[in-house]
Design a protein around this ligand. Structure first.
Ligand SMILES: Nc1ncnc2c1ncn2[C@@H]1O[C@H](COP(=O)(O)OP(=O)(O)OP(=O)(O)O)[C@@H](O)[C@H]1O
Ligand SMILES: [Mg+2]
Length: 483
């Protein structure tokens, strides 16, 4: 994971990290408030040997003291030392309970024993520390007393006496808050990294490149929520229209070596924006002066009729079964003469119908009438329809919905298309965020202003807030089951 990726994780997940850091701080604050106040008093003892007159004896004595000091520290928590303290101060507790309030320690290579005593009362903490020190002095003297009656060779002397502390040692609010913030931050960063590692959805061009080297022909930014009517695909303006003009140009480059007469627009999974891309590409190509027809070959979830308001009851399926003629079924839409062939009523066997001889004859006939056929289709992974369609068409445009498809699914879809020998022109990345860490500034920069060429025949907001050409009335949308 390089620095750029780490920064990307931070930018994507800064909210999560901030929330967890705040949560950690708040929890630490609450825990601090609930912690009972206690005081800590400290005293120290110095361990020395007695009767060391020559320098050799002094040297021996100091080695002896160093060797013994840790044992004295351990003895401090024993009942031999603590019981006299309990009796003297009338503490009314067991030596084990008192041991929990005491902490004896020594720094490496020193002969000083530090004794800390903690208690809810400041005064009593000092009394306990001093009493434990005094009791340890007596106990060590008893333990080290030679049996032959000579004086004890070791002496423990107080370095200082414990005084009554003025400030409580617990809770330490500042420290607790600092630790809470630190742990919260650490938890937030860990959660963000985990989320990043587990997230296999395609968000950026970098993610796309991990899966495929297909050319990225255009990037369509996410349109503002209020600008798209309901679930139906719409004609985009502004940056959206600009992106489709770029797509139109790039498709001309892609078709330089190989004439391109029919394009199947598909995607790995549902809802990535196939119909939106197919409709907008058709509108843009028509504006460019080419004769183009948009065919709704999504015979499971058609959307062209609903999006444009044309008659949906006649179309592809009625032509295929011979109940209407092709001429009567094509409907013209918008001032640019864009031709549309709706889906017609939904059949029980879409794949069969799309792979039929009648379908390839229909496409052949359309090719004689139009410069370009754009075909909206179902997604590749759930059903075979799009793969079947590639047999009678010459190219495929793959739509990738940002955050809507995993790298694995996209790779499987491309494998499937390669398996049926489809000619994939490239990828259109749809719904790229306009802002934030995943926004692709290459697409957005410079295209901010609404382009004057954008969809002149489209009335932006109808009564129901939707995009629709001024001359198409909603009442023309019919039930797809009706013919
Ligand atoms: N660039 C975009 N910005 C905002 N919304 C979008 C964009 N592209 C598509 N949508 C919305 O996403 C939804 C699905 O889009 P669309 O119908 O084009 O996808 P689809 O791949 O054809 O779906 P299905 O698999 O159901 O046929 C629609 O509501 C559409 O308005
Ligand atoms: Mg669709």
């Amino acid at each position: 994971m390089d620095v750029r990726e780490q920064l990307l994780i931070l930018r994507r997940s800064w909210r999560l990290i901030t929330v967890l850091a705040l949560l950690g701080t708040i929890l630490a604050g609450v825990a601090s408030l609930l912690t009972p106040t206690s005081y800590t008093a400290t005293t120290s003892l110095f361990v020395s040997t007695q009767n060391s007159e020559t320098s050799a004896e002094l040297q021996q004595g100091s080695v002896f003291a160093l060797a013994r000091v840790q044992s004295y520290v351990d003895v401090t928590s024993k009942p031999t030392v603590l019981q006299p303290v309990i009796d003297k101060l009338n503490l009314g507790m067991t030596p084990e309970a008192l041991a929990a309030k005491i902490k004896a320690s020594t720094a490496r290579n020193t002969v000083i024993i530090d004794i800390e005593a903690r208690d809810r009362s400041a005064q009593r903490s000092a009394e306990i520390a001093n009493a434990v020190a005094a009791s340890l002095i007596t106990t060590v003297a008893d333990l080290e007393r030679p049996t032959n009656g000579t004086p004890t060779p070791v002496r423990l002397s107080p370095v200082d006496h414990a005084t009554t502390p003025t400030e409580p040692s617990n809770p330490n609010v500042k420290l607790d808050l600092g630790l809470g913030l630190l742990y919260g931050l650490a938890a937030g960063i860990a959660a963000a990294v985990l989320q990043h590692v587990l997230d296999r959805n395609i968000r950026t061009e970098t993610d796309l490149r991990k899966t495929t080297n297909l050319p990225l022909l255009a990037g369509i930014t996410e349109q503002a929520a209020g600008r798209l009517p309901g679930a139906a695909p719409s004609v985009l303006d502004g940056t959206g229209a600009e992106a489709f003009r770029k797509l139109r140009t790039n498709l001309q480059f892609a078709g330089v070596n190989r004439p391109m007469r029919s394009i199947v627009v598909t995607s790995a999974s549902a809802g990535e924006g196939k119909s939106t891309v197919a409709l907008n590409l058709a509108v843009t190509v028509a504006k460019g002066g080419q004769k183009v027809i948009l065919v709704d070959a999504d015979l499971r979830l058609p959307s062209v009729a609903a999006a444009t308001g044309i008659e949906g009851g006649i179309g592809l399926t009625t032509v295929l079964v011979g109940s209407t003629s092709l001429e009567d079924s094509i409907q013209y839409w918008s001032d640019d003469g864009l031709a549309l062939l709706a889906s017609g009523p939904l059949p029980p066997n879409p794949s069969e119908l799309l792979g039929s001889v009648a379908m390839s004859r229909l496409l052949d006939e359309l090719q004689t009438k139009f410069d370009l056929i754009i075909i909206d289709s179902p997604p590749i992974l759930p059903v075979t329809d799009a793969s079947v369609l590639t047999r009678s068409t010459d190219s495929v445009l793959l739509v990738v919905g940002t955050k809507r498809v995993s790298q694995h699914s996209l790779a499987k879809a491309i494998d499937q298309l390669n398996f049926v020998d489809a000619h994939i022109l490239g990828v259109v990345q749809n719904r790229i965020p306009r802002r934030g860490p995943d926004a692709n500034t290459a697409y957005i920069a410079g295209y901010g202003a609404t382009h004057p060429e954008s969809v002149p025949s489209v009335q932006k907001h109808d009564d129901d807030g939707s995009f629709r050409p001024a001359h198409v009335r909603r009442s023309k949308v019919v039930s797809l089951e009706s013919t």
